[in-house]
Design a protein around this ligand. Structure first.
Ligand code: 5AD
Length: 394
């Protein structure tokens, strides 16, 4: 199983390598390897994450070549003559980014949280959930499984804001992962200090998933019990400055959120020079103060994706698990055909997965991960997408 295609290095200019994939050239930043032109690498999010031997790369490329051409054809066909909003967005995605679709894994390593956000099922005051936290060794062994058995090349490490993971522990975690696995390490650990994030960057983390949740400052403070939106925005900008690829976004359908607000939220996501947009529906959790609120419609979410795609045609947009939860059968497909070009697969150990209850009835909780991977790949092939991240266009 492979979620990245090996690329052949055709040029090296300092840290920037130019890589060729079936005649298409892309750029990637190399920070970790000693490389020469003619060698083969895997890239994720524009970073070289792994070197691969020519003898291994050639057969993989052979199997991909034909499939790749077929997928492109299907994608092009589905993007032709757009009429509806979703089709226009899909066509923009096809023109600007081609058919590559990032498939990231996610490991949810702790559901303890010191915060009490009104919308969130793992908020501190929810005493109805069973809490868990994975040891560094457990995280490493889940990662090992996801990388070496399942083939992932980019993994999000997500948790509530859990102070048990001190800076030292997180550094140890990132350092070990970096040493053992050739992957893009994405952190999703909430509001830590910028110094702390800098240290994690120095250990090898290269991406952060952190949402600003809403661009309305008063609503942000209300939902996050006095926290300030400007602090979150400053943190996101600081992460960008460090060099992290930032994935950010907001919740769709929050109480008191208007259509205008959603447009402002999309604009803010774009202005933050984000690597990837991540927005999903707010789904009320029965054990939170917002339990009586409404879940937004799938259409509201698809409209948001489509509008974001049209406004920011070069962006990567993920179909979130929450969106898939709204329509378990076809949410992912509809999202990908409304402008999205990325997906996440939950690779958290099964016994923990069901406890990470940000919102109820999460998709794929009972499903075996191998089943889920199969379904995702079937879907991607059916709509002509290649499950890979080909890096940055030259
Ligand atoms: N519904 C949907 N998404 C939620 N999150 C937290 N609670 C909910 C909910 N009830 C999202 C937040 C957070 C991410 C980790 O999970 O946007 O950033």
């Amino acid at each position: 199983m492979c979620y990245a295609i090996p690329g052949k290095i055709v040029n090296i200019d300092g840290r920037i390598v130019t890589v060729e994939y079936f005649g298409e050239k892309k750029k990637a930043r190399n920070e970790f390897f000693d490389l020469k032109a003619g060698e083969y690498i895997y890239a994720q999010g524009g970073f070289v994450v792994q070197k691969i031997l020519k003898e291994e790369a050639i057969p993989i490329l052979k199997t991909w070549e034909e499939v790749f051409a077929k997928l492109k054809e299907i994608d092009l066909r589905l993007a032709r003559e757009p009429k509806t909003l979703y089709q226009i967005a899909n066509s923009k995605r096809q023109q600007h980014l081609g058919n590559s679709c990032c498939v990231h894994g996610i490991i949810e390593f702790s559901n303890y949280c010191k915060n009490d956000c009104l919308y969130c099922g793992i908020r501190k005051s929810n005493d109805k959930i069973t809490r868990y936290r994975m040891s560094i060794d457990e995280i490493i062994s889940s990662c090992d499984h996801a990388v070496n058995k399942l083939g992932f090349k980019a993994i999000v490490f997500q948790a509530g804001e859990d102070p048990w993971y001190t800076e030292d522990k997180l550094e140890e975690m990132v350092e070990k992962i970096r040493e053992k696995f050739g992957i893009l390490i994405v952190l999703s650990i909430g509001g830590r200090s910028i110094e702390s994030y800098k240290r994690l960057y120095d250990k090898g983390a290269r991406s952060v998933l952190i949402r600003f949740e809403t661009s309305k400052a008063e609503l942000y403070s209300k939902l996050k019990r006095g926290a300030k939106l400007e602090d979150r925005i400053d943190l996101i900008k600081g992460l960008n400055k460090i060099g992290y690829l930032v994935m950010t976004g907001f919740l769709i359908g929050l109480p008191d959120q208007t259509e205008e607000d959603i447009l402002d939220d999309i604009r803010l996501t774009g202005e933050l020079q984000t690597e990837m947009f991540s927005f999903g529906p707010f789904i009320p959790h029965p054990d939170t103060p917002l339990k009586g609120e409404k879940t937004p419609s799938l259409e509201a979410c698809l409209n948001t994706i489509a509008r974001a795609r049209i406004l920011y045609p070069d962006s990567k947009i993920v179909v979130t698990t929450a969106l898939e939860t709204l329509d378990k059968e076809s949410g992912a497909r509809q999202g990908l055909l409304a402008g999205a070009n990325s997906l996440m697969i939950n690779v958290t150990p099964k016994e923990y997965k069901k406890l990470y209850e940000l919102y109820p009835n999460r998709v794929c909780i009972e499903e075996e991960v191998t089943e889920r991977i199969k379904k995702v790949l079937d879907l991607l092939y059916a709509i002509g997408r290649a499950p890979t991240d080909l890096g940055i266009n030259v």
